[in-house]
Design a binder for this molecule. Structure first.
Ligand code: 5RP
Length: 290
């Protein structure tokens, strides 16, 4: 029992002041559980509401792609500049030191490689995601793919069910169906379906009319970078996405395949969190590259 000696009477009840239940800084998350919000707050900075996720999960379908040959040499030095790491459990366990203290968006499905058409997609065990202390689980949704749409929708649904049980948010990763035009109508549909399925974060691609994709999606959208672009274009892409309402980026190749990945991730971070213009972002990249 606490010692009652010196007990001070409570007096400061703020009578007459409305209870301060400030809105949560992550879109669509106000009604989530405390654990979910805590995990989302590790990913999305409470001051800016934004996040820079470093994606290096490509190996699960592409193998050792350019820039990811040696995770210890290519990725570990960048980790300090990322808000969250998106990777598979195999790379996390084998190559990322557990004391980097970064939230993990764990790639939680596995599918066929680039050697074949996508024809199978399975979920990892949610208990394993818990063992890795995942702050989110990333699962693909292949909208418009005749073979895979239903399977990936079922996987996403199951991941959300499991995530809800344990308080782990799910990121719906929109895979681009081969037959579908990569336009706002398609990305709006794919993103919205992810959110309707219960995803708390959606990862999709920037496109013309992106503001409509964001407006129609009730949870935060982060953009993938896509194939490697010249640094100037990649920085412009980040700027335009955030300007049109993205809550950040989940970027891979445009960082780890950059001429200077360390400078690139810092410039991207400043564009996302500090609102640097593309020119300022490029200036930062050039200064850091000297
Ligand atoms: C692969 C992914 C990647 O993480 C995603 O495409 C982001 O990487 P990049 O910026 O290189 O496109 O989800 O399925």
């Amino acid at each position: 029992m606490p010692d009652m000696d010196g007990f001070r009477e409570a007096t400061n009840f703020g009578i007459g002041q409305a209870s301060q239940c400030s809105d949560f800084h992550v879109k669509g998350a106000s009604n989530l559980s405390w654990g979910m919000k805590d995990r989302l707050s590790r990913i999305f900075n409470p001051k800016t509401g934004k996040a820079v996720l470093l994606a290096f999960d490509h190996g699960f379908i592409m193998g050792p792609t350019s820039g990811l040959e040696r995770i210890d040499l290519n990725i570990v030095p960048l980790v300090q500049y990322a808000d969250c790491l998106m990777c598979t459990r195999g790379i996390l366990q084998s190559s990322i030191p557990a004391n980097v203290n970064k939230p993990i968006c764990l790639r939680s499905d596995a599918g066929t490689t680039i050697l074949t058409e996508l024809n199978r997609n399975v979920l990892i065990d949610v208990e394993d995601a818990i063992r890795y202390n995942a702050s989110a689980m990333a699962v693909m949704f292949a909208a418009g793919d005749g073979e895979q749409e239903a399977i990936t929708a079922a996987n996403l649904t199951e991941a959300v069910d499991l995530g809800n049980r344990y308080g782990i948010p799910v990121m719906g990763v929109t895979a681009v169906g081969k037959q579908m035009a990569r336009d706002a109508r398609y990305f709006a549909l794919a993103s919205r379906v992810c959110a309707e399925t219960g995803a708390s974060i959606v990862k999709t691609y920037y496109c013309e009319g992106f503001e409509k994709v964001v407006a129609a999606c009730p949870v935060p959208i982060v953009i993938a970078g896509g194939k490697k672009l010249p640094e100037k274009e990649a920085i412009e892409l980040c700027y335009k996405a955030v300007n049109d309402g993205a809550a950040g980026v989940d970027m891979g190749r445009n960082v780890f395949q950059s001429e200077n990945p360390t400078a690139m991730i810092q410039a991207v971070h400043a564009v996302v969190h500090e609102g640097l213009t593309p020119e300022q972002g490029m200036e930062m990249f050039n200064d850091l590259s000297k």
